[in-house]
Design a protein around this ligand. Structure first.
Ligand code: PHB
Length: 391
């Protein structure tokens, strides 16, 4: 090449610098994974990352001829400002094609305006307050909503002769959604809610609340607490204060008996009835494949939970969109591809509702039982094709 030509190319690179970077970015499909990877909710990010690894081990790290790159960002917990700043960095500096993750509702709500402004598809892999998907047309949810899983728990309970209940929920979006949906169906079915307790999201001290439940003498207590340590703490207090002996049953959303912490809860949790969209004990070929790939991709990491499944399905959806768009990700086209998408999930078939971009799925009623010596959420009843009822 002549010197003049080389200089001309350098000049061209100079002026077209940005285009050059954009062209390079087009060789990869970048997914920003925004979730807590440290602090009390660190397991949320870990489960999501592990679910994504399971999918990518099974299907490879390329789609539509491009390499899929996952960029991990740790929100450290329900800290909206941090989630927002990280999402901004992902959009502006890393030029991601998709935003994904979101373990806690405050993270998702903080990032929604960024997805809207940047026209970036935002795939919710957990955060479960109903309202989230209304905050931007670029949001699609593959996890669940609290109204979707709490309503069926109430319907099942009143039909099965539980008539007097106390509710206890974490005092923020998903907890309030759970309480509202539960009460609507429970009271609507002829039941009575004698007390509704709301506990702080961060480090709740359960002992006084558990005493209040005991004093109210209900037939059951309905619980929503965010998955993880809080479920273990609640069940410990429930046993220690003799609520089981007092004849007070536990009914809950499956967040309480999250598959990842369930083995650590041990016998204290046997007999607890929950409603949820995923159990590691779900009997299907898709779940068997998922469990195997999860174990292979994440040796020693224990049982996957519903967040791992949502992330596995979420990256599946991203692969499908990328294939449909031949690797050229445009926000509006990506959302059009997501609307109505069907996935054969390890939990059973799911659809992204084209009207709301929220997930439609079967909600199962399960009981904690021992299966081959290990505790599992064993499904025994179901509510098919459940939409979010909270909007
Ligand atoms: C949420 O913040 O939306 C959330 C967190 C944990 C759960 C469910 C929902 O288990």
């Amino acid at each position: 090449m002549k010197i003049s030509k080389i200089l001309a190319s350098i000049a061209a690179i100079g002026t077209l610098g940005l285009t050059g970077i954009a062209a390079h970015a087009q060789e990869t499909i970048k997914v920003g994974l925004v979730a807590p990877f440290s602090g009390p909710f660190a397991d949320y990010g870990k489960q999501m990352e592990s679910g994504i690894k399971a999918y990518m081990k099974q299907h490879g790290d390329k789609v539509a001829g491009k390499k899929v790159e996952i960029i991990i960002k740790d929100t450290t917990g329900p800290v909206p400002e941090v989630a927002k700043r990280l999402a901004q960095e992902l959009v502006v500096r890393d030029k991601v094609d998709f935003l994904a993750g979101f373990g806690l509702t405050p993270e998702a709500l903080a990032v929604a305006p960024i997805a809207e402004q940047a026209k970036k598809p935002m795939i919710i892999m957990n955060a479960a307050t109903s309202i989230i998907t209304t905050k931007s047309n670029y949001i699609a949810r593959v996890s669940m909503t609290l109204p979707q899983v709490s309503g069926p728990m109430a319907t099942w309970a009143v039909k099965n002769n539980v008539k007097k209940v106390v509710t206890l929920v974490a005092d923020y979006g998903p907890g309030i959604d759970a309480e509202t949906a539960f009460k609507t169906n429970f009271i609507g079915g002829g039941g009575q809610v004698v007390e509704s307790i709301r506990v702080p999201l961060r480090n709740p001290e359960f002992a006084p609340y558990i005493q209040r439940i005991k004093d109210a003498k209900p037939e059951a207590v309905f619980i929503f607490v965010p998955a993880g340590e809080q479920g273990i703490a609640f069940m410990k207090g429930y046993r220690e204060r003799g609520l089981a002996e007092a004849g007070i049953k536990v009914i809950a959303t499956g967040d309480l008996t999250d598959d990842h912490v369930l083995p650590a809860m041990g016998d204290a949790v046997l007999g607890v009835i929950t409603s949820f969209h995923y159990s590691a004990a779900h009997d299907s070929p898709e779940n068997k494949t998922f469990l195997k790939n999860f174990a292979d991709a994440n040796p020693g990491s224990g049982r996957p939970n519903f967040m791992a499944v949502a992330a596995y399905d979420g990256i599946h959806a991203i692969y499908e969109v990328s294939r449909k768009l031949n690797g050229k990700i445009d926000g509006d086209k990506a959302m059009a591809a997501l609307k109505g998408m069907k996935i054969n999930s390890p939990r059973g078939p799911i659809t992204i509702d084209p009207a709301t971009r929220d997930v439609v799925q079967t909600v199962y009623i399960r009981k904690v039982e021992k299966v081959n010596g290990e505790v599992y959420n064993v499904e025994f009843d179901k509510f098919a094709d459940m939409k979010d009822t909270g909007k």
